[in-house]
Design a binder for this molecule. Structure first.
Ligand code: SAH
Length: 220
């Protein structure tokens, strides 16, 4: 027998209170965590009983849905405002994109794994009918020049460096949140203060799946 909806709703409330205790103070983030049900982004229903634990969980193509605290933290330090044009690198399950869209952003997201891109497009567009998420199959190192410039850019895979194309596609006054490093990453927030001028600060260590070059058509 599967886990009941009643239990999932209770676990979700407990997670939201825990996020609050961990320093997530943006009510818009906490509200989005109430509206967007994380279990629906996990294909393997046997894992639904763990959907509201603070843990990454496996999704298709050997990737993971990020830990709730990581999603909440990145969403908070992005300082999302209604109508923000946001670029996300690493669509994965689509959970982070759905959180940002629920917070009022227009989200353009890129995934390099074709299988994951297709699955998540069906989930968000057809099953969950989430508005304001626009999905792209491509290499996030290149960003989305056609839709640039962006108010905010969020990278949800561990980047070896800060891609120049992404810095270029940020508006002046815009904010990029990106975990940088091999194996373990330092969370960086970069503010574009003028054309070719940036201010950076760091927010401690996180662990992401790696940001990799080029697209992947089929799972080996
Ligand atoms: N935001 C996702 C996190 C998924 S894990 C979520 O909420 O579930 C990170 C994702 O980044 C993986 O799906 C991986 O395939 C993708 N990724 C890695 N390198 C990439 C790149 N260069 N361009 C686009 N996506 C990339």
């Amino acid at each position: 027998m599967g886990v009941s909806n009643y239990m999932l709703q209770g676990a979700k409330k407990t997670l939201i209170e825990w996020l609050r205790q961990q320093g997530i103070t943006d009510e818009n983030v906490l509200h989005a965590f109430d509206v967007v049900e994380r279990h629906k982004f996990i294909e393997n229903t046997l894992l639904w009983n763990r959907a509201y634990e603070n843990t990454p969980l496996p999704i298709a193509c050997g990737q993971t849905i990020s830990q709730p605290i990581t999603v909440a933290f990145q969403s908070q330090i992005l300082q999302i405002k209604e109508g923000d044009q946001v670029l996300e690198i690493g669509t994965g399950s689509g959970f982070q994109a759905a959180i940002l869209a629920t917070m009022g952003a227009r989200v353009f997201t890129i995934e390099r794994q074709l299988e994951l891109f297709r699955k998540t497009r069906i989930l968000l567009n057809n099953t969950l009918k989430i508005k304001n998420v626009f999905m792209n199959y491509g290499d996030g190192f290149e960003g989305l020049p056609d839709k640039a410039p962006f108010d905010k850019i969020i990278v949800t895979c561990g980047a070896p460096n800060v891609p120049a194309a992404l810095l270029n596609q940020l508006k002046v006054g815009g904010i990029m949140v990106i975990p940088v490093g091999d194996g373990v990453q330092q969370m960086h927030r970069i503010i574009k203060t003028a054309e070719n001028e940036f201010q950076a600060e760091t927010f401690g260590e996180f662990k992401f799946v790696p940001m990799l070059q080029k697209t992947v058509k089929l799972n080996p």
